[in-house]
Design a protein around this ligand. Sequence first.
Ligand code: FE2
Length: 386
Amino acid sequence: MYSINLPTKIVFGERSAGLAPQELAAMEARRVFIVTGPGRTASSEALGELKSELEKVGLTYVHFAEAEADPSISTVAKGAALYKKEGCDSILAFGGGSPMDCAKGIGVSVAEGRPIEDFIGTGLVFTKVLPPLVAIPTTAGTGSEVTNAAVFSLEAAGQKAKKGTVGTTLFPRLALVDPLLQVSMPPALTAATGMDALTHAAEAYLSSGANAVADMFCLESIRLIGANLFKVYQNGDDLEAREAMARASTLAGIALSQAGLGMVHGFAHAAGALGGLAHGLANAIILPFMMQSYAPVAESRLKAIGRALTGKASISALDSAKAVVDLGDSLDIPHNLKAAGLDESLKDKVFDDAKGYKRRGQSPRLYTDGELYELYLRIWAGSVKE
Ligand SMILES: [Fe+2]
């Protein structure tokens, strides 16, 4: 028995972002809280157009451009305070995973009437309906526009940590997936975010929570990424490939909300929080090691991932893991965490944080801490192909 819950309405396609004003008006929004990062999207022409279109349909807005990478709980609190002070009644998230997660955190804080940290590691669950939340992804990777999850940075036991929250109320009301907004992504960001999407699809497919319907989303996402990620890395203006990557990212987001994730994300969150390693880059490095380690217990699923990724009619489980390395090589992804620049002093700290990952149990192969550390040492300084 399994259930599928996809409460987010999704509109795909070029210029779908332009629907945000009328859709917000239809949700009876009056004053929209726009959440972006501080960088290029905040001052983008596309967002400028959206703002003037909001005004044309009689809506006002407040623009909170402070969602940093891996948004901190203090940024979320600041956003929530501004939302309340300005009397907003709806949220428009515009950007990558960080602004979308920040927007979810602000929505939760406002709806629940308590700070987001009250829900992290406490067992307290989200119960209140969020204000109408419209999510417009400008990267193809996170899938946050359709997920029930959000990740935040905080200080825990004296060091930085990244912790996820999950709950049905976190599904955005509407996702506008517009590939035109993703054309301007620089190659390195395209590569890292695309590998994040691949990791979502692969981890959801390998998860103990996998089911037949989520599987469809995973395999189609992996197929699209195999056929298109290198194309968009080489030529960011290839709109057909951008459209395919936009779809792949959203499909993977749907899948992870149904099936879960695993230890690739456990290690990536730790490497991100402690070493500042970009989330997608960390996943890209770690994914093939974990796939390789799952070969004895998940052979047929690994083969299916390899077939979808490479288009080959037949591939071994171990070659599927190597195919992920080959894709990473084509995108200039380093082979291990050390090669990505993480300092030796972080080696054990990253492991100690990662081993407590709350979704560790969803991985297809469960390791003792000792076994997991052996594997981690390869992720730290080894190579899948050695
Ligand atoms: Fe991710």
